[in-house]
Design a protein around this ligand. Structure first.
Ligand code: SF4
Ligand code: SF4
Length: 376
């Protein structure tokens, strides 16, 4: 009997202490989207006519049962199409103590993105707010892959208004009239067989835009809408990585020199993990989905990552986080991820899986030392 109790206590997949290990929550603000991307792995769930998104009252109740965690990632659909996105951000900031919010956008609604960014800078000035503008190739390829004529031009407009917003807030800050604008503007590119030939040209073009702080490249993941899309080959990927490392070293130094070493170390390791996956089918660490990472769908269903089945429904569990996080379904899936050494190229999850490895912590330290001493 005693040994049974001890076994239960040490079960790594159902240990109650797991609740406090949460670091990153991806919150789908809505399934609505005004783009039609061929690369989308979420396409079957988009524009759900019956979407019954968690209300602000429900979110208030839910977040009071959640542990404190660091990073909130908005997702969707197009995140800004949720009317209450600012209120959602404020609830997570108040109840979960987040230090950063990342928000991808397809760039189709420049005014709305500007409004959301402006209000987050004003009303939650202590979080670092990163807008990731999706750009999947030069103008023609981008518009085709995103399924929206004119998408590129609207994305450029989104980048412009965000740059102006930040410059205006920076001027106010320097006059002592407002908080420092914690806004970062990134581009996100999904690399695949249909855009790989022009990635370098696209990057060289975007580099001219002073607004951009960094550019992230991710291999195609999941099951895209277009079955003729494939991830890059290892050789193609190596080319992109080399270009990306040089480019990001330059870009980050423009505005955040103090963060440059850490950023480069982080993306180098993400690329290393992605490379390992596309060549061997395995990442060199245990994925942290279901431990440090969680995904909440608009209606309150919870997944460990976007690519796996749900592990629970918060509404059915009285909006009590622990009941879902430690449910039998969650315990089973956590065990399955661990035992099968589940692997993919999902860079957000890999980023935090990387954080968990000793070799990465050491490697990061070395990188920091090299970069801070001026070498590269
Ligand atoms: S990838 Fe994003 S922007 Fe494109 S269709 Fe899917 S949810 Fe919409
Ligand atoms: S390796 Fe990928 S598919 Fe598997 S749990 Fe992690 S993020 Fe999900």
């Amino acid at each position: 009997m005693l040994s049974l109790i001890e076994d239960k206590k040490t079960d790594p997949d159902s240990d109650p202490a797991l609740v406090d290990q949460l670091k990153v929550v991806t919150f789908f603000t809505t399934t609505r989207c005004n783009a039609r991307c061929e690369t989308c792995f979420y396409w079957k769930n988009l524009n759900d006519a019956d979407e019954k998104a968690l209300t602000l009252e429900e979110l208030e109740t839910l977040t009071q049962t959640m542990p404190r965690f660091n990073h909130l990632l908005f997702s969707g659909g197009e995140p800004v199409m949720r009317k209450e996105i600012l209120e959602i951000a404020k609830i997570f900031a108040k109840n979960c103590g987040i230090i950063s919010i990342d928000m991808p956008t397809n760039g189709l609604l420049p005014k709305r993105v500007e409004e959301v960014a402006s209000r987050i800078l004003d009303e939650i000035p202590n979080v670092i707010f990163t807008v990731g503008l999706s750009l999947d190739g030069l103008e023609e390829t981008h518009n085709r892959l995103r399924g929206v004529p004119g998408n590129w031009k609207r994305s450029m407009e989104t980048m412009r208004v965000l740059g102006e917003l930040r410059a205006a807030r920076q001027a106010k800050f320097e006059r002592g009239e407002g908080p420092k604008p914690n806004l970062r503007i990134m581009t996100l590119t999904c690399i695949n067989n249909q855009n790989i030939a022009e990635i370098e040209e696209m990057a060289a073009h975007l580099k001219q835009h002073d607004e951009i702080d960094g550019m992230m490249f991710e291999c195609l993941r999941g099951t895209p809408k277009d079955p003729n899309l494939f991830p890059p080959t290892p050789e193609q990927f190596d080319r992109v990585v080399k270009m990306s490392m040089e480019l990001n070293a330059e870009l980050y130094a423009r505005r955040f020199p103090e963060w440059r070493a850490l950023w480069l170390s982080y993306i180098r390791n993400v690329y290393r993990f992605q490379r390992e996956h596309i060549t061997t089918g395995k990442i060199p660490a245990k994925c942290q989905a279901g431990i440090a990472l969680a995904v909440i769908e608009p209606d309150g269903r919870v997944r460990f990552c976007e690519l796996l089945n749900e592990v629970g429904d918060l509404r059915k569990q009285g909006l009590d986080w622990k009941k879902v996080w430690l449910s039998p379904k969650a315990v089973d899936q956590r065990r399955w991820i661990r035992e099968s050494r589940c692997s993919c190229t999902h860079c957000v999850n890999m980023g935090h899986s990387i954080d968990g490895t000793t070799s990465t912590r050491l490697r990061r330290k070395v990188d920091e030392l090299v970069y801070s001493s001026g070498g590269a």
